[in-house]
Ligand binder design. Structure first.
Ligand SMILES: CC(C)(COP(=O)(O)OP(=O)(O)OC[C@H]1O[C@@H](n2cnc3c(N)ncnc32)[C@H](O)[C@@H]1OP(=O)(O)O)[C@@H](O)C(=O)NCCC(=O)NCCS
Length: 196
C-alpha cells in the first residue's frame, strides 16, 4: 500500500523548467548527490569527478539559449520554500552506436537529493523530461547508469527500461568504470503515470 505521507511529501514540490539562475544550486545538488551515491561504489581516486568548479562551469553553460537551441532541456524539483531538491537533463541522443539507433532521445542526468529520494520526485522529473523529448519528436530514450549503481538500475527498470548496451569509461580520474545503458521504449507511459 502507498504511504500517504509520501504522496503529501512529493506534492510539496513543483517540477518546472530550469532557469539560468538555477545553475549554481543544480551544480551543488549534482556534486553532493554524486558523492553520496558513489562513495561506496567506486574507488576513491575516481571521486575527483565530484568537482564543484567543473560542475558550476558545466551547468552555467548548459542553461543558456545556445544550449537550449541544441535541444538540451533541464527541469528541477522545487519545494514550496523555493529550495531545489533534484533535476533532470534530457536532449537528443549523443551516441552514434547501432544499439542506440532506435533511441533518438537521451536522459543525460537525473539526480534527486538523498533526503528527498523515494517520494516520487525521480518519476516526476523523468516524466517532465520524457514529455519534453516527446514534444521534440524524440519518442524513445536511453540513459547511462554506472553498473554498480543498483538503486538507479532498479529505478530505470521500474520505469520500463531494458539493458541495451554497456561500456567501460575512464573519464573519472582515469579509473575504468563499467556503465550500462537502459533503453526506454514507452516515454508516454511515464508521462501518463504522473498525470492526476
Ligand atoms: C535514481 C533516482 C533518480 C530515483 O529517484 P527517486 O525519487 O528516489 O525515485 P521515485 O521515488 O520517483 O521512484 C519511482 C518508482 O521507482 C521505484 N524505484 C525506485 N528505486 C527503485 C529500485 N532501486 N528498485 C526498484 N524500484 C525502484 C519506486 O518504488 C517507484 O515506484 P512506483 O512509482 O511504481 O511506486 C534517485 O534515487 C537518485 O537521484 N539517486 C542518486 C543519483 C543517481 O543514481 N542517478 C541516476 C543515474 S544518472
Amino acid at each position: 500500500m502507498v504511504d500517504p505521507s509520501m504522496i503529501v511529501g512529493a506534492a510539496e514540490y513543483t517540477i518546472r523548467p530550469a532557469r539560468p539562475e538555477d545553475a549554481d544550486p543544480i551544480a551543488q545538488i549534482h556534486v553532493a548527490t554524486w558523492k553520496q551515491t558513489y562513495r561506496d561504489l567506486i574507488p576513491p581516486q575516481a571521486m575527483v569527478a565530484a568537482n564543484l568548479a567543473h560542475r558550476l562551469e558545466m551547468w552555467r553553460g548548459l542553461l543558456t539559449i545556445e544550449s537550449l537551441d541544441k535541444g538540451y532541456c533541464a527541469f528541477v524539483a522545487e519545494s514550496h520554500a523555493h529550495a531545489l531538491s533534484g533535476f533532470v537533463l534530457v536532449g537528443p541522443q549523443r551516441s552514434e552506436r547501432a544499439a542506440f539507433a532506435d533511441y533518438p532521445g537521451e536522459i543525460m542526468a537525473l539526480y534527486v537529493m538523498k533526503d528527498a529520494q523515494g517520494r516520487g520526485l525521480g518519476r516526476r522529473l523523468l516524466s517532465a523530461g520524457a514529455n519534453e523529448l516527446l514534444a521534440m519528436g524524440l519518442d524513445r530514450a536511453s540513459a547511462w547508469v554506472l553498473s554498480a549503481n543498483a538503486n538507479a538500475r532498479g529505478f530505470y527498470e521500474r520505469m520500463g527500461g531494458r539493458e541495451i548496451a554497456t561500456q567501460t569509461e575512464t573519464r573519472h580520474g582515469g579509473v575504468p568504470l563499467e556503465e550500462v545503458a537502459y533503453g526506454i521504449d514507452d516515454l508516454g507511459a511515464i508521462v501518463a503515470s504522473t498525470r492526476g
